[in-house]
Write a protein that binds this ligand. Structure first.
Ligand SMILES: Nc1ncnc2c1ncn2[C@@H]1O[C@H](COP(=O)(O)OP(=O)(O)O)[C@@H](O)[C@H]1O
Ligand SMILES: [Mg+2]
Length: 402
């Protein structure tokens, strides 16, 4: 008898030790049910937890599948009543299962004998270890004792696991917030830097352009250079265009909000943008849901939509389909731009809204999406991208109702 006692204690020690190194709830349920079943030699073992108005059985469990555990579900009052009538000691029924208040469920689970060992946390009952069908005889006092110790350990282990999950979630939130802050700070710093650089560059460029114009006028002397001069002029104009975009990016202009119909704006922008698709096999499909009034700065929103649409055209090249659709919900208006171009590499997605991030070599500036991001943020909206490389990209802009 002493030998058996010692074996029991060491088994118990093994189970409880394992508990305290587990950080997720499901693993605790698994260890608990196995440990409890082994400890007393029962066919069914698992953990019931108080969830709102009900005690429900958790999964995984021993000797019970998902279907069986989901049938074990009792009103809170019924179990609390059992707790009181057993004078807060374990509920044990070795004789007459049909007399138990849980008989209906137990019958379907072929229960012959049953024990519920209460789990408390801060003096309140929070759950119970449920055991059924002890292989030899019925549940005895010596079975219940180690289970009660197990029950005490469970509630601590579960509290720890929940704290751990909570902690992990909070760490993630802090990390996300930090990343957003860095992104915002970067935008400001780069904005200031670029406006300085842009102004500095503008003057020498204007001078160069002036000389080019002069030389082009002096056809007698520079006739054989005309073609080269023209190329120089076009390149200078392109540089000026980039500077203009930079200044636009850096400009701190307050929103000029008015009530506007997003659908009209989109129709307008699509008409404008489709000039770029002449001579290609690019098709634009639209699916607009009614009229959508929002409060926004129409000019700035137009800029956002043109950026997104031009990027899609560029990505698709000579043929493809751009689906533009809108949907209104509680949160506001959701505008989706879905193309079937080459998509975006996972590594690039993270940097997409960064100023000057571009994969287009000298054809791109990397300003479009960072400006769009800024504008949408000022509207208290959000802009997101999703892409499966090889299958296209989807940009979603959400604008709040007002
Ligand atoms: N629809 C799209 N499909 C694939 N890549 C895209 C798409 N839209 C944007 N991108 C990527 O995002 C980058 C940044 O875009 P943007 O800020 O507009 O700068 P730019 O167009 O000048 O390169 C692009 O260089 C491109 O790699
Ligand atoms: Mg662009």
């Amino acid at each position: 008898k002493v030998h058996k006692h010692i074996t029991n204690l060491s088994n118990l020690d093994n189970v409880t030790l394992t508990f305290h190194s587990i950080t997720n709830e499901a693993d605790i349920y698994l260890e608990l049910s196995r440990g409890a079943a082994d400890l007393v030699g029962a066919e069914q073992a698992g953990y019931m937890v108080l969830e709102g108005d009900e005690f429900v059985h958790t999964f995984p469990a021993t000797g019970l599948d998902l279907d069986a555990t989901s049938r074990i579900r009792f009103p809170r009052e019924q179990i609390l009543n059992l707790y009181d009538t057993s004078h807060r000691r374990a509920y044990v029924n070795n004789e007459d299962i049909s007399a138990s208040p849980m008989a209906d469920v137990d019958r379907t689970l072929k229960v012959r004998n049953l024990a519920l060992v209460w789990v408390r946390s801060k003096g309140q009952i929070t759950g119970a270890i449920r055991l059924a069908n002890k292989r030899s005889g019925g549940f005895a006092a010596e079975d219940i004792q180690p289970l009660a110790i197990l029950a005490n350990n469970v509630s601590v282990a579960l509290d720890n696991a929940r704290l751990y999950t909570d902690l992990r979630r909070q760490m993630q939130q802090i990390k996300d917030a930090q990343e957003q802050l860095i992104q915002a700070a970067k935008l400001v710093a780069i904005g200031e830097l670029s406006s300085n650089v842009a102004h500095e560059l503008n003057n020498p460029l204007t001078t160069v352009l002036g000389y080019i114009d002069l030389m082009m006028e002096e056809k007698e002397e520079h006739g054989d250079l005309l073609q080269d001069l023209n190329t120089m002029k076009l390149e200078c104009l392109r540089a000026k265009q980039i500077i203009r975009q930079l200044l636009e990016f850096a400009r701190k202009r307050p929103l000029e909000r008015k009530t506007m119909d997003i659908r009209n704006t989109l129709i307008n922008v699509i008409e404008l943008a489709s000039i770029q698709t002449r001579g290609t096999n690019i098709e634009i499909k639209t699916d607009f849901e009614g009229d959508m009034m929002i409060s926004g700065d129409e000019n700035q929103l137009k800029q956002v939509f043109i950026n997104i649409i031009s990027n899609a055209f560029h990505a698709m090249g000579n043929h493809g389909i751009l689906d533009i659709s809108t949907k209104t919900s509680e949160d506001g208006t959701r505008i989706t731009f879905k193309d079937n171009g080459p998509g975006i590499k996972e590594n690039d997605i993270k940097r997409l809204f960064e100023p000057f991030f571009s994969t287009k070599d000298e054809k791109g500036t990397g300003i479009g999406l960072s400006v769009s991001y800024k504008i949408i943020r000022e509207h208290n909206g959000s802009i997101e991208v999703e892409s499966t490389p090889g299958k296209g990209a989807t940009f979603t802009v959400v604008l709040p109702k007002s």
